[in-house]
Design a protein. Structure first.
Length: 260
């Protein structure tokens, strides 16, 4: 019997990340971007109870005070949300680039998003993050496990702060209940590929909430579930042949919540 990592086990419970045909990204002028023609797969099940996994290591940070270059996300419930759902707090840095040695692939340029998550829901919550890049050229890229890159990213961002990659970033986040202090989990999502022809893209983040919707079948589509996800929108300014991370910029508005 194969030995599974905690991430593989949890994703077997909450398995499958799909790009629904109705996924829409928006640019700064709120003009729709045509959704990718990605293959339809079964969506993940609702996030399982928190008792099924181990707690993730946390780092104390000052409550409500973003660190340098972090984008704070508003987690207020939306009109389409049911009142009983929970949402984890997320703060993230803009997408960055780094050249690393990847076994079997040689030196490659990777893209990564450094972020922190805080649980202010009052109860332990299981965190099974799923990050996916969707480009305006109809391509989708899921985050990949690159443990060798995590150490390099940690040294660049916050050397003294423990950083978890996708292999280790599945577990329970305890609730933050201390006055003036949040217990934060620091993580990084990594991609080792990107369509060089893309001029805009969105990062969809699942796992921050237990919100979902059941979508009824139609004459042309099967019944499915969509999940409360954070959509972060970027635009690329520059030559794709010699792209620099400073040319990858957040749109305005930078993000919004969607059921995806």
């Amino acid at each position: 019997m194969p030995v599974w990592s905690r991430r593989e086990w949890a994703l077997s419970v909450a398995a499958g990340l799909t790009l629904p045909n109705g996924a829409i990204a928006q640019n700064a002028q709120n003009k729709p971007v045509e959704p990718p023609a990605a293959e339809e797969l079964a969506g993940p099940d609702p996030i399982p109870p928190a008792v099924l996994s181990k707690p993730l290591p946390t780092v104390p940070v000052r409550a409500g005070s973003p660190s340098f270059n972090f984008q704070m996300v508003d987690t207020s419930l939306q009109p389409a949300d049911r009142k009983s759902l929970w949402v984890l707090d997320l703060a993230f840095k803009p997408l960055r680039m780094r050249t690393v040695e990847i076994p079997g692939k040689g030196r490659r340029t990777i893209y990564y998003m450094y972020y922190r998550v805080v649980n202010r829901t009052g109860e332990p919550r299981l965190f099974v993050p799923q990050f996916s890049i969707v480009t305006n050229t109809n391509k989708r890229y899921d985050d990949v496990p690159l443990p060798q890159a995590v150490k390099l990213i940690q040294a660049r961002e916050e050397p003294s702060t423990p950083l978890l990659g996708s292999v280790d970033l599945v577990g329970v986040i305890p609730p933050s209940k201390k006055e003036g202090v949040d217990d934060a989990v620091f993580g990084v999502a990594i991609w080792d590929n990107m369509d060089p022809k893309a001029s805009r893209f969105s990062i969809y983040v699942r796992g921050l909430s237990d919100g979902y919707k059941a979508v009824k079948a139609t004459e042309t589509t099967a019944a499915k579930k969509t999940y409360k996800s954070l959509q972060i929108d970027f635009q690329i300014f520059g030559d794709h042949i010699e792209l620099h991370e400073d040319e990858i910029r957040l749109m305005d508005p930078a993000y919004h919540w969607a059921y995806w």
